[in-house]
Write a protein that binds this ligand. Structure first.
Ligand code: CUA
Length: 291
């Protein structure tokens, strides 16, 4: 078959004999059904988001509030685009439905397309620039001086939290000494005096309104440290020590979960973040030291 220029121009002679015999030409029913379906679909989607059925628990850090604000901005921008695009699709399907006449060919509208791309790029880059501040605050800046340091070691399928003890120094670790059954899951070297007062706990306890710096490690595969209320999620990667810092501002007990599929019992791998008063924190530490 040879294509003539007229073929590409489309239009006039493109009618197919099969459709000409079809009695449904020009019917608005199908197009109307699509339009109504899209309106219902958009309505349900917007309702599910606006109702707050699946809203996360309130954040417990000021950075968490900033992240929520940023998330909402993104949701509004993409939400408006979603509603306009779906309703536009419905309108176009109805407006340009088969009316029993030959189709009209169009080469598009360059000005409209450029405007479209510029608006999208501006919104996309703008949101990125706005978000960089709250994101960078936990990733690119150091923890505040005086932050409580806790080493987080993840393994199949548990968390261990190590505090440096009264001397403020973590003892040396030796992988050859790792032995959970004898009470040394982290392999703390008993010959290092700095390690003798180290405290290891299976839950993370920190005082309220006090900066905390975590050093996240893994003993085997890739795990994760995720607390919804902190709005923080960080992978634990074997061979790396990843710092993460935050200042919790509300007393409570929050779930720490592993969000990396790390083996058979991944779904049971969790712990707790206990945010307590300063006095309660001192009491917990003293009790752990005594043990
Ligand atoms: Cu560790 Cu999933």
């Amino acid at each position: 078959m040879r294509f003539s220029p007229a073929f590409f121009r489309g239009g006039s002679e493109c009618e197919t004999p099969g459709r000409a015999r079809n009695g449904t030409r020009g019917s608005a029913a199908t197009a109307l059904l699509l339009l109504v379906s899209l309106i219902v679909f958009v309505g349900i989607t917007v309702y599910l988001f606006a109702s707050g059925f699946y809203a996360p628990p309130p954040p417990i850090t000021s950075v968490g509030s900033q992240i929520d604000h940023q998330y909402n901005l993104t949701l509004y921008a993409t939400g408006i685009a979603f509603v306009l695009a779906q309703l536009g699709l419905g309108w176009a399907a109805f407006r340009f439905r088969d009316r029993g006449k030959p189709a009209r060919f169009t080469r598009g509208n360059k000005a409209l397309e450029i405007t479209w791309v510029l608006i999208t790029a501006t919104v996309f880059l703008g949101l990125g620039v706005l978000a960089s501040k709250s994101w960078a605050e936990t990733r690119f800046t150091k923890a505040k001086p005086g932050a409580i340091q806790v080493e987080v070691t993840e393994q199949q399928f548990a968390y261990n939290f190590r505090y440096p003890g009264p001397d403020g120094k973590f003892g040396r670790l030796d992988p050859a000494l790792v032995s959970a059954p004898t009470g040394n899951p982290l392999g703390i070297d008993p010959n290092d005096p700095a390690g003798r007062d180290d405290v290891v706990m299976s839950t993370l306890t920190v005082p309220v309104n006090h900066p905390v710096e975590l050093m996240i490690r893994s003993q085997d595969v890739i795990h994760n440290f995720f607390v919804r209320e902190l709005r923080l999620q960080q992978d634990a990667v074997p061979g790396m020590v990843v710092p993460l810092h935050f200042t919790p501002n509300r007393i409570g007990r929050y779930y720490i979960v592993c969000t990396q599929l790390c083996g058979m019992n991944h779904n049971q791998m969790h712990s707790f973040l206990n945010v307590v008063s300063e006095a309660e924190f001192q009491k917990t530490m003293a009790k752990a030291e005594a043990r």
